[in-house]
Unconditional design. Sequence first.
Length: 209
Amino acid sequence: MSQLHIINHPMVQHKLTIMRMKETGSKDFRELLKEIALLMGYEITRDLPLEDVEIQTPICPMKAMKVSGRKLAVVPILRAGLGMVDGLLTLVPVAKVGHIGLYRDETTHQPVEYYCKLPEDIDSRLVIVTDPMLATGGSSCDALTMLKKRGCTNIRLMCLVASPEGVKAVQKAHPDVDIYIAALDDHLNENAYIVPGLGDAGDRIFGTK
């Protein structure tokens, strides 16, 4: 079974509280999401392997450590997942970025695929999938399935806020994918929105409400 990691660092929780507030505008919402993604990135990359390398400091030679060969890719689920990319790229500037386009049918609440563009060597990378909201889990499950069909075997899902229903759906469909979130909220309402949540993340990021 995949592990659920709730990142409860005080600064993550503080910034998330401001994001939840109705009066927080798009500019602040985007900046806070980028900052939280950077902070969460520290946790999601915590177990990257290190190797010893010989370097020269201004004083003397020494053995130091650097990340060992493992390459990363960040794959946002469009469009809201884009809001988490810059934070992760600040932490790992050499990561490649793919894109998966899914939208939720307003009647069935099920995801519909419309776009997929990934790095050619995506199957050899640690893939971090980003989407601020893990609601029904439908979009995340479909995105993870798309990546696995392209040979990806090392995938992690990073979301901001999740519902118990969404977590359960991902763990059932993809028990090999660990989930990283900042908050596990109470439930989904009749419109499949997370309660208490923070509204529509895409609309709040891009000001399209």
